[in-house]
Design a protein around this ligand. Sequence first.
Ligand SMILES: C[C@@]1(CC(=O)O)c2cc3[nH]c(cc4nc(cc5[nH]c(cc(n2)[C@H]1CCC(=O)O)[C@@](C)(CC(=O)O)[C@@H]5CCC(=O)O)C(CC(=O)O)=C4CCC(=O)O)c(CCC(=O)O)c3CC(=O)O
Ligand SMILES: NC(=O)C1=CN([C@@H]2O[C@H](COP(=O)(O)OP(=O)(O)OC[C@H]3O[C@@H](n4cnc5c(N)ncnc54)[C@H](O)[C@@H]3O)[C@@H](O)[C@H]2O)C=CC1
Length: 283
Amino acid sequence: MAYFPIFTQIDGKRCLIAGGGKVAARKVYTLLQYGADVVVMAEKVCGEIKEVLPEENVFEGVFKYIHKNRCNKNEWDIDENKYDTGGNISNTELENTLDKRYSSNSNLKNISYDLEISENLLESLSADLSEDLLKIRKNTFLEKEIGKAFLVVAATSNRKENHHIAEICHAYNVLVNVADSEEESSFIFPSVVRKGDISIGINSGTGSPTVSKHIRKQIEKAVPDYYADIAVFMGKLREYVKANFKEESQRRYILKTAAAEAFAEERVLTQKEIEEIIRQGQK
Ligand SMILES: C[C@@]1(CC(=O)O)c2cc3[nH]c(cc4nc(cc5[nH]c(cc(n2)[C@H]1CCC(=O)O)[C@@](C)(CC(=O)O)[C@@H]5CCC(=O)O)C(CC(=O)O)=C4CCC(=O)O)c(CCC(=O)O)c3CC(=O)O
Ligand SMILES: NC(=O)C1=CN([C@@H]2O[C@H](COP(=O)(O)OP(=O)(O)OC[C@H]3O[C@@H](n4cnc5c(N)ncnc54)[C@H](O)[C@@H]3O)[C@@H](O)[C@H]2O)C=CC1
């Protein structure tokens, strides 16, 4: 099936990668090339990832979840298998405590999973329970991180885990790429040719990365590096022309002529050459 390509701005945006192996590392590198704020969570995170990310963006440990029961919005559904509470705290106690904080909010998207627990609340609890909650606060909740993310990549080697992450992302309407399931993905990583700020994304439409890679290599050879300079030059010229010429036909003439000359000369134009084109455009 053919995918529609969309170009999106991810500079400074939180991109969460669940899984820290070879595939996760490839996705991390790609996202970093575009200035994303990449966070990786996995049982074990490989050295290649640790090398390129700040320490505070790497969370190593088993995933923990707290999610609202999607059938009954007033109940907390805490997965006992996933939820390591240290054994001292019952689900009911935890539910009651969390409900005090979140009960009024039934909209999944607006729930804050910030587990900062107020001092007042802690004081009102038994000593055992407050100690446990403090312990929990230090744990890493995958769902809380998903809620903060612009996009998520599920790249663990565990099918069930990837599936679960995809489900949460779909519930939150967060974009998700699932490394082992194209069907569960809401976006697919392209093969990318990058020349400065020019990006060319390739997708095979058949889940065949080898095909995309082959096409990428051909395009890499076909598109010269100086195209990036021409793109910057044309961007600036366009700003200037937009601000100074009201007539659309004039703007079009200047931009079309300048681009044609730059590509023919295989370089950006000089100030003199641009001035001449602008003069022609004003006639
Ligand atoms: C569906 C998709 C989902 C997605 O990832 O978004 C997907 C899925 C899978 N890929 C697998 C294997 C490999 N993928 C690569 C590399 C790339 N894979 C990429 C995209 C996509 N891969 C999406 C389809 C894209 C399309 O259709 O165009 C690229 C373009 C982008 C990127 O990953 O950043 C990047 C090339 C970048 C470049 O060089 O240009 C390599 C390495 C290599 O070939 O060098 C290997 C083998 C070695 C290894 O294991 O790493 C397997 C396991 C198959 C198996 O078990 O045999 C699955 C899962 C499955 O098929 O179910
Ligand atoms: N889309 C793509 O380009 C490709 C996808 N794949 C698929 O991607 C997945 C990952 O492959 P690799 O990176 O090679 O695996 P890997 O074994 O190198 O890494 C797996 C990572 O998942 C983590 N993990 C596993 N179970 C976990 C759990 N329950 N909780 C938290 N973390 C957990 C591990 O700690 C590790 O960081 C596999 O499902 C594989 O089929 C494989 C090749 C390419």
